[in-house]
Design a protein around this ligand. Structure first.
Ligand code: GDP
Length: 628
């Protein structure tokens, strides 16, 4: 355990003391496992483990601890006790325990544990404190059905050109007005972002707009989006897009959606469907009116008079500004100078900006706001909350950092990529722990996605921590205690981080290409790691169609999506994300001409040595092999 001052320790103990939670609210033991908070009373532990309090006391006595039922014990002790009942205790996920401050009598300040839904619930609020709040909308649907175009069309139609501030860079959400009422749009479209946030426990969306192209109909990702939205119990408004197109057939879309259980209103069902054209900007007002109508049925309310709480939508590091986080206030009002806690980060709100880059003094419920002043970059999907003093903020943050450490203390040995192979050979490594640091949440997600796809019968990849920003001392300490490698993607260690890495002998691997990360790790896991050759990734192309060329055979008619493809480099052909062939690029054509390279955005024909059986949707990754 970290050393706390007696004052901090007392404060932590009162903060995490039971605060009127009923026994029923406690998660029960499932399959011999239970999640426990960092400190709890003997009585609470009995409730968590579903055993008699007296049996807990007996067990503690056996271990030389004399305790009464109200005695507070720490996680480590609780872990041992749980173990004696055959139950494995794990620390409660950092954010599943949200603290709400309750100011007690006199000097005593208590903080009780709450779940996210309790934090944002308006149950129990007196009705006069509740004000109607704008709905928060996410846009989903199949690729190319026009999600981005629709978000752009709404923004362009509803934000007057030339308005003070104008449209600035996207902050992850924007606000529009329809008939004098506000609607908040999250502008990262797609159910992946929605689901990633939900996986972290965040629930910010009130209405989902499902975009279906009228010329294409219901497609696989349409169905996927529907199931994610249904699982989240969020109402759907369908935007039947591209009605301007020849071949547009709204009835076919309605038919397809009916088969998925979304019956249009004009067919006697419940689902609102609005024909729109993102291209011609028609149907936009009708869509917004329908969103408001559906939102009204939910009676969305919040109390603006409370200390603010909400969710981080996006965050990154910026030169000169430090950590910049877009948050969505979901309850209460956020002010400049507020003491903010997000996960294990705390700080004072230095400045607040709205979605058009204008300064704000405060931000009420359902307002997206750019916050600066945090010392570190939080993660999208994290809950933030405001507490009354810096001391409370520091203690909660400290307690959560401690939980991180407890969670990873079990592992002890250190590992480097170079000796991993040897250890794998001896069967010594079972888990490969990684700490991921990258330049943006997007990179973190991409990296994580690719790494977790690596399958190996002997070694399992575990990501013990992921975050945005430079590799800091705390990352290194975490890596040291959890025997993890640090992957630094487009970021460097800061000075203290570098020193700590040398001192703790933690291996920091720096990369700027996802492929190289996965490739290195994959090879290491397979016991093949051999650092003398490096593969330098060049680019990626998607195969649009196979093209038959007399004498040459079949080449891949493709579009370069990222980087560039060069003649002579090595190509890896992937189908459904699985490599199916590797060979040299022996020909590259633009129209009829042979070319040396083709850059992102352009179409080309790619000939790969020893392969002709291309299919639409195949991916060609190209890279050069160089000696390190
Ligand atoms: P996303 O992948 O769902 O975000 O789709 P995009 O917004 O990138 O749109 C895919 C393609 O469809 C682009 O070429 C758009 O120009 C086009 N598109 C989007 N909306 C419309 C529309 O209402 N009418 C027509 N004709 N084309 C559209």
């Amino acid at each position: 355990m970290a050393v706390l001052t007696p004052e901090q320790e007392a404060s932590v103990r009162t903060q995490f003391a039971p605060g009127g939670q009923s026994a029923d609210a406690k998660p029960k033991v499932t399959e011999g496992k239970v999640e426990l908070p960092p400190t709890l009373s003997v009585k609470e532990l009995a409730e968590y483990l579903d055993v008699k309090t007296v049996d807990i006391i007996k067990e503690l006595m056996k271990n030389g601890v004399m305790a009464n039922i109200n005695q507070q014990i720490d996680f480590d002790t609780a872990y041992l006790v749980a173990g004696s009942f055959g139950i494995t205790a794990t620390p409660m996920a950092m954010d599943s325990a949200i603290a709400e401050e309750v100011v007690g009598e006199g000097e005593a300040t208590q903080v009780k544990l709450m779940t996210r839904s309790e934090l944002f619930s308006v149950d129990g609020e007196s009705p006069e404190n509740l004000k109607t709040r704008p709905p928060v909308v996410a846009v989903m649907g199949h690729v190319d059905h026009g999600k981005t175009s629709l978000l752009d069309a709404i923004r362009e139609t509803k934000v007057a050109v030339g308005e003070a501030g104008g449209i600035t860079q996207s902050i992850g959400a924007y606000v529009v007005e329809e008939n004098g009422r506000r609607i908040v749009f999250l502008d990262t479209p797609g159910h992946e972002a929605f689901t990633a946030m939900r996986a972290r426990g965040a629930q910010v969306t009130d209405v989902a707009v499902l975009v279906v192209a009228a010329d294409d109909g219901v497609m696989p990702q349409t169905i996927e989006a529907i199931s994610h939205v249904k699982a989240a119990q969020v109402p759907i408004v369908v935007a039947i897009n591209k009605i301007d197109k020849e071949g547009a057939n709204p009835d076919r879309v309605k038919q397809g959606l009916s088969e998925q259980g979304l019956i249009p209103e004009d067919w006697g069902g419940q689902t609102v469907m609005v024909p729109v054209s993102a291209k011609q900007k028609t149907g936009i007002s009708e869509l917004l009116e329908m969103i408001l109508l559906v939102a009204d049925l939910q009676d969305l309310k919040a109390n603006p008079a409370k200390l603010a709480a909400g969710t981080v939508i996006d965050a990154h590091l910026e030169k000169g500004r430090g950590a910049v986080a877009t948050v969505l206030v979901q309850s209460g009002t956020l002010h400049i100078g507020d003491n903010l806690v997000v996960g294990h980060i705390f700080g004072k709100v230095r400045a607040l900006l709205d979605d058009r880059g204008r300064k704000m003094k405060d931000a009420g419920p359902a307002t997206p706001a750019v916050v600066t002043g945090l010392p570190d970059v939080p993660t999208a999907g994290d809950i933030f909350q405001v507490v009354s003093s810096e001391k409370v903020a520091r203690t909660i943050a400290g307690q959560r950092a401690e939980q991180y450490r407890v969670a990873t203390l079990a592992q002890t040995r250190r590992v480097t990529l170079a000796d991993l192979s040897a250890q794998v050979g001896k069967g010594a490594v079972k888990d490969l722990n990684l700490v991921l640091k990258a330049d943006s949440n997007g990179s973190v997600e991409a990296l994580k996605g690719s790494l977790l796809k690596i399958q190996d019968p002997q070694v399992q990849i575990k990501i013990v921590f992921e975050g945005v920003g430079p590799v800091t001392e705390s990352d290194i300490l975490l890596a040291a205690v959890s025997n993890a490698l640090v992957i630094a993607f487009n970021v460097k260690p800061d000075a203290l981080g570098q020193k700590a890495a040398e001192r703790e002998k933690v291996d920091i691997r720096s990369y700027d290409v996802v492929y190289n990360v996965t490739n290195d790790i994959e090879r290491a896991i397979k016991g093949l790691y051999e650092p003398t050759f490096v593969q330098i990734w060049e680019g990626r192309a998607e195969v649009l169609t196979p093209i038959k060329i007399p004498k040459l055979g079949i080449i891949a008619g493709s579009r370069v999506q990222e980087g560039k493809i060069t003649s002579g480099s090595t190509a890896k052909l992937l189908r459904d994300n699985k490599p199916i062939h590797e060979g040299q690029i022996t020909g590259l054509k633009r129209f009829k001409d042979d070319v040396k390279e083709v850059v992102a955005g352009l179409e080309c024909g790619i000939r790969i040595d020893g392969y002709q059986d291309f299919q639409e949707g195949d991916v060609i990754e190209s890279y050069q092999v160089k000696q390190a």
